[in-house]
Design a protein around this ligand. Sequence first.
Ligand code: F6P
Length: 323
Amino acid sequence: MIKNIAVLTSGGDAPGMNAAIRSVVRCGISMGWNTFGVRNGFKGLINGQFEALGTRDVGGILQTGGTMLGSARCEEFKTLEGRELAMRNLYQKGVDALVVIGGNGSQTGAHELSKLGFPVVGVASTIDNDLVGSDITIGVDTALNIALEAIDRLKVTASSHQRAFIVEVMGRNCGYLALMAGLAGGAEAITLPEIKTDPEGIAAKLRQSYDHGKYHALIVAAEGAEYNAEALTEFFNEHKERLGFSVRSTTLGHVQRGGSPGASDRILASKLGKGAVDAIAREEFGVLVGLKNNTVSTTPYEEITGKTKELDKELFELARILD
Ligand code: F6P
């Protein structure tokens, strides 16, 4: 029977992680369980950084970005010794199940812990939206809106100066954020890790737009694309005579991660946190809780780790038609 659960956040923070912690803690308490927070992700598991969390301890965090528990990327947890130490600490604290809120790398770590026999449930949270097992992950929507706000602003200044702007968005090896930001921001071109880019084609398109009297051009580049902002800027600078536009580049970086979560992320996080508690109550472990076809669902870790979500190529085509 479950008495004590623990929750941690791991990997890159994502807007909505706090809402997920709050949901796990409050739903856990409503089941009559004791709830613990673990500081600084897997590192805190290894260092035994547990703290009891009550209902009020997770008050006032729904609207805040980041994670109240802290997060870390932990090399030691990648070793068997590190994971065994973490597991000993969990047993010592009397923890019956652990909730891991995080993205691809974090869920791979959680899977390793679950392979050692510890009851783990994951909650899909990353701005990259690269996790198989959830159509959308906590933090993506807010990060996307932050990127869009930047794109809209850049278009204004680009028009004033007849410039082309390259905006680089995060996403690691997944082009989801770049594709959606490009589609919603009306980009002239999008570069993605999943699709080969012909920089000559982009240059020709920019020239054509310039010749047709367009005042600005916007290219969204994924950080993981072969032609990320740096590579594309270098290419355009080499060929600036025939572009028409002069080129500027902006890398949004961690700005995308720091925002206050929007309504969608708060609601998604609240639902998935409850989904994790429900999975624990069913004693369904070694699974990721995500949203599939608008329904909170669980997927076994075996089916998700080591994989990256496929890009929706039809949306890429749509962005091409609309630009
Ligand atoms: O996984 C989230 C993410 O923001 C990626 O998009 C990015 O590549 C990476 O984390 C950056 O990592 P760090 O915060 O460790 O620099």
